[in-house]
Design a protein around this ligand. Structure first.
Ligand code: UDP
Length: 489
């Protein structure tokens, strides 16, 4: 132990929402390409998702190190989670928001048990939403790296707002304030803050929790982020120098999926045959299709879905639209305008459920992305070189929107003014005219669209360079691995 040549062993402990799990599994794959042994810690419920995502690494004979799985179980007490619902994906938004903070902490004892009985890893990469892992691992002298699953821009904004509380100095939820001591002048309102909720209990719960998460970054060995230095250099410098965090930018981690099969295997089973989807896209011209997807959590009510359908039709553009509808919901789809799918035949594709997002975004026919601004989606859009219409729903998404539209200038906002955890509670949907206008702005060759496209294409090239040998993310990961090897194991 302690020699530079020894093989590192790293535990990866992902939070169970797809937006956290998918990038952490990609990250584990990335570590293994550098000879690190990786073990994924998860609950039995989530094992199939992990297996599906990593199974191809097992069959490859190219020297890729195997990834193991270790399971830990919730104690036999009431976790507040409905039976069989250990993953945020399978619960209502309200259940998700409250129990997702309290339930995971019940895994502390089982994790400690595992660490007790297992050869100690050199390090644990733990999701930011598991701040308690630092203390659990400290008992065994194991360093913890926090995986921060959002942009360094929004992370730094959170640090600034917790420190200066500009949101407390305005008189209403809609009065703008400037994020203090920040590289760019960014205006926000309380209604767009990650902690905003109509439900005061949820709001308080989240404020305390985000504080705990922020503090855990300081107490951890350091922070790993799924970003690349060239994307947010001013904020990366700010995060290190002003916020005082030790950080490594090792993304975009999705780029570890080089082949179509890998790109199409992330997260859940696609609701469409991947080859059929590509065949459909192959019939389209370059930059002629807009892709609309709101990530793995956001759900829209029927009136919002109707507005989207009408807006898309009015835009006259071709589209792939991912609609997340719970299976138990009624089959007759009142939300689709009469005859919509018939009229859109050949022109628009609706995917009900899960789409092979990276496969779609990477296709040259896709020229625009209507996104909810989840960080993975933004990064995947950047990597594919596709300009965006930003449609944030909650959490860090409004901050990510600011990065996309005001700092990087690679997207246009559709105009959402307020964070809402529960979409069906939102009675003022974005209207079809706004959707039509934003989609047209992306796909029609106005100067603004051309400029956005050329900027995002350049960033996409930078992203690819970053993870190649000698690139910034490649070097950050190397430096991190060497530093961990040098620790006294
Ligand atoms: N995703 C996908 N197909 C879908 C919906 C989402 O592959 O139909 C993937 C997407 O590529 C991304 C992740 O799920 O990697 C969603 O993460 P993001 O941070 O964008 O949003 P969240 O789901 O956390 O709100």
């Amino acid at each position: 132990m302690g020699t530079k040549s020894r093989q590192l062993h790293v535990f990866f402990f992902p939070f169970v929402a797809p937006g956290h799990m998918i990038p952490m599994l990609d990250m584990a794959k990335l570590f293994t390409t550098r000879g690190v042994k990786a073990t994924i810690i998860t609950t039995p419920f989530n094992v199939p998702i992990v297996v599906k995502t990593i199974e191809r690494t097992k069959t490859r004979g190219n020297g890729v190190v195997k990834i193991d799985i270790q399971t830990i179980e919730y104690p036999a007490v009431d976790t507040g989670l409905p039976e069989g619902c250990e993953n945020t994906d399978s619960r209502t938004i309200h259940e998700k928001m409250t129990s997702f903070i309290t339930a995971p902490a019940m895994l502390r004892q089982p994790l400690e048990q595992l660490l007790q009985n297992h050869d100690h890893p050199d390090c644990i990469v733990a999701d930011m939403f598991f701040p308690w892992v630092i203390d659990a691992a400290a008992k065994f002298g194991i360093p913890v790296l926090v995986f921060n699953s959002t942009s360094v821009f929004s992370t730094s904004a959170g640090v600034s707002m917790r420190q200066y509380e500009p949101q407390m100095k305005v008189s209403s939820d809609s009065e703008p304030f400037v994020i203090p001591n920040f590289p760019d002048e960014i205006k926000l309102t309380r209604r767009k803050l990650p902690t905003f909720s109509d439900n005061k209990y949820v709001q308080a719960l989240f404020s305390d929790f985000t504080k705990e998460v922020g503090e855990s970054e300081v107490r951890s060995y350091g922070v790993v982020l799924n970003s690349f230095y060239e994307l947010e250099p001013a904020y990366a410098n700010h995060y290190t120098k002003v916020c005082g965090r030790k950080a490594w930018y090792i993304g975009p981690v999705s780029l570890c999926n080089k082949e179509a099969e890998d790109k199409g295997q992330r997260g859940k089973e696609s609701s469409i045959d991947n080859h059929e989807c590509l065949k459909w896209l192959n019939t389209k011209n370059i930059n002629s299709v807009v892709y609309i997807c709101f990530g793995s959590l956001a759900n829209f009510n029927d009136s919002q879905l109707t507005e989207i359908a009408m807006g898309l039709e009015a835009s006259g553009q071709q589209f792939i639209w991912v609609v997340r509808k719970d299976k138990k919901e009624k089959e007759d789809e009142d939300w689709l305008p009469k005859g919509f799918e018939k009229r859109m035949e050949g022109k628009g594709l609706i995917i009900r459920g899960w789409a092979p997002q990276v496969l779609i975004l990477d296709h040259e026919a896709v020229g625009g992305f209507v996104t909810h601004c989840g960080w993975n989606s933004i990064l995947e859009g950047v990597t594919a070189g596709v300009p965006m219409v930003t449609w944030p729903t909650f959490g860090d998404q409004f901050l990510n929107e600011k990065l996309v539209t005001e700092v990087l200038k690679i997207g246009v906002p559709v105009g959402v003014q307020q964070s809402y955890f529960e979409m069906s509670g939102n009675d003022s949907p974005i209207k079809k005219e706004a959707i039509e206008k934003a989609v047209r702005q992306l796909l029609e060759s106005a100067d603004q669209a051309k400029e956005m496209r050329s900027r995002v294409k350049e960033l996409g090239k930078m992203a690819r360079r970053a993870i190649e040998k000698g690139g910034s993310s490649y070097s950050h990961l190397n430096a991190l691995i060497e530093e961990l090897k040098a620790l006294d194991g």
